[in-house]
Each structure stands twice: as C-alpha cells, then as structure tokens.
Design a protein around this ligand. Structure first.
Ligand code: ADP
Length: 429
C-alpha cells in the first residue's frame, strides 16, 4: 500500500513537471488530456485513471474512464477530493468490484488532479499470500502439534518411570532404581539425581539401623552388668566389704553409661552445628606438646617408644582448644591401646601450604581396609579390638570436631603393621 501511494505521488510530480516544461501548452486542456490518455494506456486503462476536476467538481480532462463506471455514473464522488491536498488516500469500489487507491492534490492553483490505481493485482497477491500463509501455517501447526505431542509423550515416559519408582519406594521397596532411558539430557539428569537420592536415603537408613543396633548393643552391655551387680548386691550382706565394692562397680557402670550418652549428644550437636564452639587463637604446638607430656607415661608403662617432632616456632590457629585436645588425646589413646608392648608411636606437626598437619603413627595391630571405611562411624569397633576397653565413639567425635574446624581426618593402615592418622586443619578456620 505504501508502494502504491509512492507510485501515485510520483505520477503527480511527473505531470506537474511535464506541464511546467511545456509552458506554451500550459493551459491546454487537450494537452493534459493527451498526457492522461497516453500515460493510462502505458499502464493499462483498467489499471490507472487521471482526472482533472474544476473547483466545482466538473471533469475537465481525464484518461479513458470506460472501465471506471463507478465514476462516470456518480461523478459526485469526486467532489470530496476537490481542492484538497489529500496525501492520505481514500478507497472506493468500482463496478468491477476491485478497490482503487485515490490520491488527490490541487494541481495548477485552480483545479485538482485526482489519480487512481486499481488494487486488483495487489489484492490478488494478498489473497495468494493469505492462502499460502494459512496453508503453510496450518500445516506447520498440525506438524508442530504432532511432534510436540510425541516429544512430550517421550519425555513424560521418563517422568512416569520416576513416579512409578517413587510409588514403589513409598511402599517400602528401597531397592528400586529408575532405569536411565533415552528421553534427553534433562530427564537423564532427573533420573540420575533421583537415583542418587534413593542411594543416599538407603545408606542413611542403613546407617541409622546400624547406629541403633550399636546403641542397643552398647547400652545393653553396661545395663546387663549393672543388673548383674545389683542381683549380687541384693543377695549379699550389706555390711560386707564386697557390698561396698559392688556399689562402686554399679556407680562406675552408670558413669560409663552417662559418658556414652553425653558423647553421643555431643557428636550430634557438633554435627548439626548446635554446639557452641568457643574458638580462640592458640598455639597448636603447645596443645600437641601437652598431649605428648600427658601420654608419655602411659606409653612408657607399655614400653612403647613415643617420639615427638614439631617445628621450633609457634603455629597459631583459631580453634576450640579443649576439643582439639580431646581429638589428639583420643588418637594417642588409641595408638597406645591398640599398640603392642615395645611398639612405637610417632607424633608430629608440620605446615603444608595453608594447612597444619598433625600425624599420629603407630606400630599397632592396624585396621583392615574394610574396617577403615567404618571406624569414623558411631559405635563402630573392629572385631579385633572388642577385647579392649572403649565404646567406638572416640573417632566419630574426633571427626565431628575436626569437621567443625573445616578440616579433615584420615587413616592409612594395614593389618598387623600399624596405622597413621592424619589431621588436616586449614589456617583460615
Ligand atoms: P574405641 O573406644 O573403640 O577406641 P574409637 O572410635 O576411638 O573407639 O575407634 C574405633 C575403632 O577403630 C576401634 O574400636 C578400633 O577397632 C579402631 N582403631 C582406632 N584407632 C586404632 C589404632 N590406632 N590401631 C588400630 N585400630 C584402631
């Protein structure tokens, strides 16, 4: 439409120009009419029309209007264009039934030039365009819907598998896994995430079961002992010396129980971050040295060669001094407890990059590979150590405390040749 308007405006300029250059025939209506007819013939008399109207709406000159019966029958419709600079074009319908774009503008100071152009071609083009567009669009819409439905169904089959497995798990079957299909990356990620969640839940349930079994076992032993002592106490003479001993034994067992329960609580609170850990800047070498001094006599009692190596200068660390002492004490206690007479223990501290490394190495009974995976779990005790005193909570607490200092504790060991416990504490903690 814009192009048509530009074409009409170009005709107007062309006529204006032609009249100006032919000043001798300037006022000759015949000359203008000839120009109109020639121009209309060039374009096709059915396609364009040129009319020069007087200020009264009278047709002064025009191209062949035979094909434009709408104008010849009702010339009054031209009146609305008279003396008007209408750059905006108007429409009217011809008898042929096509639309005509009209452009009018005062021409020579008195009269008005009206130029019209049939829009048949453009309308035809538009109709073809509409048919093509609607059919292509319709086809694509149907194709898109079918494809979309297929893709959605394909993708949903993965989601359905996850749902089925979730329902199976809800019914107690924790062994179920969602098979990985070929529905695409997103579904694959969902399935992998879901499966790893099931694995995590499975291992949590397993751990929970193991811990509760261990708790039951570890609480039952002192309780059975208390019960046995009580039985003997009830049946013995209250004034006897044994009576006093038995009462003391009961008190000891009770203390042991309380200690187990307190340690369990401490581990849980440390892990969950509930326990306030007062941290101060302390010399880590001082802490390790204190532990060495404390355990040296115990090691000597067992004829263990206890060696110690630390840097000469202080290493200041922001930490909970008492809890860190407990961690080191626990590991040293184990190193002595699970060592043989005449064995060796080597305690050392050094710095590596931004970490402080504390190492406790012993020549004790060692820990099998299978047990190494579990010794940091609550109540876990290797079968070989069951004869020794202990409750299986020391390393678990040590791990919680070290974790609360953003550090880590690891073990390297082989059966019958000894173990090496390594504590890594980052400086920034
Ligand atoms: P416990 O009170 O039994 O010593 P811990 O949590 O301190 O509990 O240790 C868990 C288990 O790890 C011990 O029962 C023991 O079997 C094993 N263990 C720990 N330290 C050593 C070590 N230095 N040598 C051999 N076994 C060890």
């Amino acid at each position: 439409m814009k192009r048509t308007d530009e074409e009409l405006s170009a005709y107007f300029k062309e006529f204006e120009h032609s009249i100006k250059w032919n000043t001798s025939k300037n006022n000759s209506i015949e000359f203008i009419e000839d120009e109109f007819i020639n121009e209309a013939n060039d374009e096709g008399a059915n396609r364009v029309l040129f009319i020069l109207v007087s200020p009264q709406g009278e047709i002064l000159a025009s191209s062949d209007l035979k094909a434009w019966k709408g104008i010849t029958k009702k010339p009054k419709i031209l009146l609305k264009f008279v003396n008007k600079e209408i750059y905006n074009t108007l429409y009217f319908s011809t008898e042929r039934g096509d639309d005509v774009r009209i452009y009018s503008k005062p021409f020579d100071g008195t009269n008005t030039l009206i130029i019209g152009k049939s829009l048949t071609k453009e309308q035809l083009l538009l109709e073809i365009y509409c048919v093509v567009f609607i059919s292509v669009f319709g086809f694509l819409l149907i194709l898109g819907s079918v494809f979309g439905w297929l893709i959605a169904r394909h993708a949903m089959s993965g989601v359905n598998r996850v749902t089925e497995t979730a329902i199976a798990i809800e019914n107690g079957d924790f062994t179920r896994k969602v098979p990985i299909g070929r529905e695409g990356e997103e579904i694959k990620h969902l399935v992998i995430a879901f499966n790893s969640m099931i694995e995590k839940i499975q291992s949590l349930i397993f751990e929970l079961k193991e811990v509760s079994d261990n708790i039951a076992h570890d609480l039952r032993t002192p309780l059975t002992r208390i019960r046995g002592l009580l039985d003997v106490t009830i049946n013995s003479n209250p004034c006897s010396e044994d009576y006093q001993e038995m009462a003391e034994g009961i008190a000891e067992e009770c203390d042991r129980l309380v200690q187990i329960i307190n340690t369990m609580l401490e581990i849980t609170q440390t892990d969950s971050g509930v326990l306030a850990m007062p941290k101060h800047n302390v010399d880590i070498i001082g802490i390790v040295k204190k532990a060495y001094d404390l355990f040296l006599p115990l090691a000597e009692d067992k004829s263990i060669d206890f060696q110690f190596s630390v840097p000469a200068q202080q290493i200041i660390l922001n930490c909970d001094e008492l809890r860190l002492q407990r961690v080191i004490s626990n590991i040293l206690d184990n190193a002595i407890k699970y060592n043989q007479s005449n064995g060796k223990i080597f305690l050392s501290v050094h710095q590596e990059a931004n970490n402080i490394i504390i190492i406790v190495k012993d020549t004790g009974c060692g820990i099998s590979e299978g047990d190494q995976r579990h010794i940091f779990e609550r109540f876990y005790r290797c079968d070989s150590s069951r004869s020794k005193p202990g409750n299986g909570l020391g390393l678990s607490l040590a791990k919680s405390i070290i974790k609360a200092h953003n550090g880590s504790i690891t073990v390297e060991s082989s059966l019958n040749s000894g173990s090496e416990f390594r504590i890594i504490l980052p400086y920034a903690s």
